[in-house]
Design a protein around this ligand. Structure first.
Ligand code: MLT
Length: 279
């Protein structure tokens, strides 16, 4: 546990009707706001290792993005990253939070870019974990659309089967098999409809590359050294393009670095948050 972390922060499961729709989130701690946005097709439970060990003076808020976890879904054909970012902005407004450190892993990172583009005043700093700035390539988009079509016919199986083998490092699989069990259970709790709508939303997202040079808040980029979905090269591109960005490469972690190596992830996060408090 990092110095200054509060042991065993009590996590609270929260729910509210926001903009006419039920939204759920987990939170822990009290003080300055840290928003933790999950990847695809997971939910707020992926941030348990961070919510349970927040540094003193921080309030962690992990939303279930639209349709995921206990948040209600809606009937749109696609959940765009802009729509998901607006939902998070509405949650922060509901909580009376005007300024937050925004952390997103993978799809959560795409939402973080959208939040920064659409609601810049809300974003005090960014933590971009195992994510990329670029839009989908033509091939990636085609694959996503084909997989979404298969999910429509066959259920969530095609996404679970195609993603599961790529999510974790060899070390996690061999030494921490319980992480695989937790990851799989989140994937299996996500409805096929949400998988399809979020997949179509990711396929249609614009590139965040043009906005990187305009990011003028502190940024920490984190990547698992064995991430094969958004590899170290993507993290290095982000770090080079964003003025002053720091990078943390987590040895022994794959794509879900915060769950695979929570101690190292938390140490990097806590150092970054402590640096913000000194500014
Ligand atoms: C995620 O973990 O959120 C996904 O790998 C993102 C993606 O499919 O691009």
């Amino acid at each position: 546990m990092a110095v200054g972390a509060v042991p065993g922060n009590q996590e609270r499961a929260m729910k509210a009707i926001i903009d006419g729709r039920e939204m759920s989130w987990r939170e822990a701690g009290a003080g300055e706001a840290l928003v933790l946005m999950h990847g695809f097709p997971f939910d707020s439970r992926m941030w348990e290792p961070q919510l349970g060990h927040l540094p003193d003076g921080w309030r962690g808020i992990a939303p279930d993005l639209r349709g995921f976890g206990d948040s209600a879904g809606t009937a749109e054909e696609a959940y765009s990253m802009d729509m998901l970012a607006d939902d998070v902005a509405a949650l922060l407004s509901h909580l009376g939070i005007r300024h937050a450190v925004v952390c997103g892993l993978s799809m959560g990172g795409y939402v973080a870019f959208a939040l920064h583009r659409r609601h810049p005043a809300l974003v005090r700093a960014l933590v971009l974990a195992d994510t990329r700035a670029g839009a989908d390539s033509a091939d990636a988009r085609k694959n996503r659309l084909e997989t979404a079509e298969r999910v429509r016919r066959e259920g969530r199986g095609p996404i679970v089967d195609s993603m599961l083998p790529k999510l974790l490092s060899d070390e996690t699989r061999a030494q921490r098999p319980e992480v695989g069990v937790r990851v799989k259970s989140m994937m299996e709790a996500t409805t096929p409809e949400t998988m399809i709508r979020a997949s179509l939303g990711m396929a249609g997202r614009p590139s965040a590359e043009p906005q990187l040079r305009d990011i003028n808040v502190p940024v920490l980029v984190v990547v698992g050294a064995e991430d094969v979905i958004t590899d170290r090269g993507e993290a290095q591109l982000l770090t080079r393009a964003i003025r002053g960005a720091q990078i943390e490469v987590i040895q022994g972690a794959g794509h879900v670095s915060n769950m695979e190596c929570p101690d190292v992830f938390n140490q990097a996060l806590h150092r970054f948050l402590a640096g913000l408090q000194k500014q």
